[in-house]
Write a protein that binds this ligand. Structure first.
Ligand code: BGC
Length: 753
């Protein structure tokens, strides 16, 4: 062969091989749309690689010293089988990854797989990136954010959390929790937005926007997960994961709306609940996962199972007799990603080969997962760096927002005039199990470096400065205050003018003395252990008693309500909670949070919620006890006063109209402050029962002393709807009360010709 022919052949070969490379690798072309890239990549994938995308595993393989030279080797060894599975393309995502170095190693293993598909790395970043191994920004928990009645705060928190996640190599937040709570015993209330479907929807939507941005197409966005579908907030006995037996009407009226809202806001993943709903476990509920959510509500993303919940179809719910059958019913119902562990891969592969699961079901699941990976830009950049971490975590903007979430979530429940405290004049005793405790951080947070957290004691000291008479008596445990501690508090209280007692719960994720949290539900709603005894001793000393509550779920204590001089509900206010609490006690912050959940009188008064049906108490109440809760949803005091005037509501509207109304609000007190303006409606007579009132709009505004504002609200036509006897939404003609503050106006809805 002469050399010219040789050259020609060689270049022909090169062109051919280049062509085939271009054809096989075209999904790597970042200029194509994510949809097109998904289509191209799917064509390349084997069944194994497809099912691999549906499999999630945990990281945290061992306590690796990431400074060591051999980190990658050590960590890969510790991963064991998982390392091989990643390289074979049989793992699509991870959770419980501790650090960015670990995330990078996992991604580098994935890059050695045939198709180089990056991993999605997920975490429970609920109110900050709190499960990350190093210090991060920890904001107030969701129940406090809900109390702020300011969805913009939740949106910004999610946006900042997303940026801390991306800087550390994470792409998927298992948040927001948009379950509506109807049983205050549930240990997970702190991670929810409370009892009202409208408030939960607004807050959940805001968080989805914050995490995902417009279309999770930017390098600081992550995908969100609306969870848990559905009705965990009304499970038997308030126990996490117990069955929910709840009418279709209540599901549609109360529990579904936040999920509809999240889907409309573009949420990309949904996590079903641990519990069954009316006899069908959420993870096997094809009627909801596929027919309702995907086909009727138009959900475009994918489902991730909750921890071990597919296996639990066999072991807990007993609707199948093997793990393989559990995998089958879950995938056929619509489940896309399995959290977590081995077994699922082999079972699903066998089920496809046996014709029990159609290949199309797998393709559908995988296309959704791959879309997220393309859209997040992971094929182009799957790694992160120390520099990104240093530039992002705990930035000033994030820390400022952490303080703001705490300040805005404070709810003043009682004040007989002792607050605000006057700087420098009182001898103050600070005590209680939460006075100097990181329980302030709440659930889904690791203990943070002391320097990054301001406890209540530190906050009070900050406000009063050196030379003031602040004493502290430490209390070690929430559930058991010792005789020595009780007596020390009594002695010191006698010398004090004011005692600030910081009481409540502890839901810190890894604390061995947790009193409420996931899987730690509350058999009593009163202060746990002998905390009341401590308060009674303080009261007996004659000092003024200011109680600060740190808790996720509401604390129901009649004694406290009657006997404290002031009660500040601080929820779990996050890393700067102590500062926000102290600022509120001294009046630098004027509290304006409102209860996002009713505080019942006792555990025996459950269920207790404001939007009950009219006949709830038409035949009486409880033996020797009022039927009224201690505080209703929406309650909260201020250091100033507001006057509502000139409520204008159209007298008539048609069944197709929205309603626009205006009201003047004036700050008539002595201090600048925020006011949460809430609009409720009541359908006076309806063909099916409707709640005594329901929230349809709210706005938090700031008014300087003496300032007045005119506000305008539009209530959507949909808010006037009820579900008729055939479960069809309809606006019925008749009278509606429009309720704002203490004012009520009636609008008459007339049928439209
Ligand atoms: C919880 C989920 C959480 C998951 C992963 C489960 O036990 O119910 O909310 O996202 O664990 O940590």
């Amino acid at each position: 062969m002469n050399s010219a022919i040789k050259k020609l052949l060689l270049s022909a070969c090169l062109i051919a091989s280049f062509d085939s490379l271009a054809a096989t690798a075209s999904y790597l072309d970042a200029s194509l749309s994510s949809d097109k890239r998904v289509e191209l990549l799917l064509e390349e994938m084997t069944l194994d690689e497809k099912i691999g995308q549906m499999c999630q595993f945990v990281g945290e393989a061992s306590d690796i010293d990431f400074d060591s030279k051999d980190t990658k080797t050590d960590y890969t060894l510790a991963l064991g089988d998982r390392a091989g599975l990643i390289k074979e393309g049989k793992i699509g995502s991870f959770l419980k990854v501790s650090t960015f170095e670990e995330a990078n190693i996992l991604q580098s293993l994935a890059e050695t797989s045939r198709l180089k598909i990056p991993l999605l790395i997920a975490t429970d970043a609920i109110h900050g990136h709190g499960m990350y191994m190093d210090a991060t920004t920890i904001y107030a928990t969701q129940i406090g954010l809900a109390a702020s009645f300011e969805p913009e705060l939740a949106e910004l928190m999610a946006e900042y959390t997303a940026s801390e996640m991306r800087a550390t190599g994470f792409h998927w937040a298992y948040s927001p929790n948009i379950e509506v709570v109807r049983d205050a015993r549930w240990g997970r209330i702190g991670e929810t937005f409370g009892e009202d479907p409208y408030l939960v929807t607004e807050m959940g939507n805001a968080m989805v926007r914050g995490y995902q941005g417009k279309d999770f197409g930017s390098e600081s966005n992550v995908i969100a997960s609306a969870k848990h579908f559905v009705a965990g907030g009304i499970a038997y006995n308030g126990v996490n994961g117990a069955p929910a037996d709840v009418s279709e009407r209540t599901l549609h009226e109360i529990f579904f709306p936040p999920f509809v809202g999240s889907i409309e806001s573009g949420v990309y993943t949904i996590m079903p609940a641990h519990n069954e709903i009316n006899g069908i476990p959420a993870h096997a509920h094809e009627g909801y996962l596929t027919d309702l959510i995907r086909n009727e509500w138009g959900f475009e993303g994918f489902y991730v199972s909750d921890w071990m919940d597919i296996q639990r179809l066999e072991t807990a719910h007993k609707i199948v007799d093997s793990e393989k059958q559990a995998d089958k019913v879950a995938v056929l119902a619509g489940m896309d990603v399995h959290m977590q562990g081995p077994g699922f891969f082999d079972n699903v592969k066998a089920l496809v080969e046996e014709g029990e699961i159609p290949q199309s079901r797998i393709d559908h699941a995988v296309s959704k997962i791959l879309y997220a990976k393309f859209q997040l830009g992971l094929f182009e950049n799957r790694y992160t760096s120390q520099e990104a971490v240093d530039n992002t975590l705990l930035s000033k903007a994030h820390r400022d927002l952490a303080l703001k979430t705490a300040q805005k979530s404070m709810v003043l429940l009682k004040n007989n005039g002792v607050l605000p405290l006057k700087p420098g004049v009182e001898r103050i005793l600070v005590t209680g199990p939460n006075a100097d405790h990181q329980a302030l951080l709440g659930e889904w947070a690791r203990v943070q470096p002391d320097n990054n957290v301001i406890t209540v004691l530190e906050g009070i000291n900050q406000q009063y400065g050196a030379g003031s008479t602040i004493e502290h008596v430490a209390i070690a445990r929430h559930e058991l205050i010792s005789a020595v501690e009780l007596s020390a508090v009594s002695q010191s209280a006698k010398q004090a003018d004011v005692v600030i007692a910081v009481m409540g719960e502890n839901s810190l994720r890894f604390d061995t003395n947790k009193t409420s949290a996931e899987n730690v539900d509350r058999p009593t709603l009163d202060l746990v252990g002998n905390q009341i005894e401590l308060l009674q001793n303080i009261k007996a000393s004659g000092a003024k008693l200011v109680v600060v509550l740190v808790n996720g779920g509401p604390i129901a204590s009649e004694w406290l309500t009657e006997n404290a001089d002031a009660i500040l509900e601080a929820w779990e206010p996050g890393m700067y909670g102590g500062q926000a609490i102290a600022e509120t006690l001294v009046g630098k912050v004027n509290p304006a949070g409102r209860l996002p959940i009713t505080v019942p009188r006792s555990v025996g008064h459950l269920q207790s919620f404001y939007n009950h049906k009219p006949s709830a108490f038409h035949r009486g109440g409880f033996y020797l006890s009022s039927r009224k809760p201690l505080y209703y949803f929406g309650y909260g005091l201020s250091y100033t006063t507001f006057d509502y005037r000139n409520l204008t509501v159209p007298e008539t509207m048609t069944t197709k109209d929205s309603l626009t109304m205006t009201v003047d609000i004036e700050n008539t007190g002595q201090m600048d402050g925020d006011e949460v303006v809430m609009i409720y409606i009541n359908d006076k007579v309806s063909t099916v029962t409707t709640p005594v009132r329901k929230l349809v709009a709210f706005k938090r505004i700031h008014l300087k002393r003496g300032e007045q504002k005119t506000l305008s609200f539009t209530i959507d036509n949909q808010d006037f709807e009820l579900l008729d006897r055939h479960m069809k939404p309809v606006v019925e003609p008749g009278e509606f009360e429009i309720i704002i503050g203490d004012h009520v106006k009636v609008a008459t809805v007339i049928a439209r010709d």
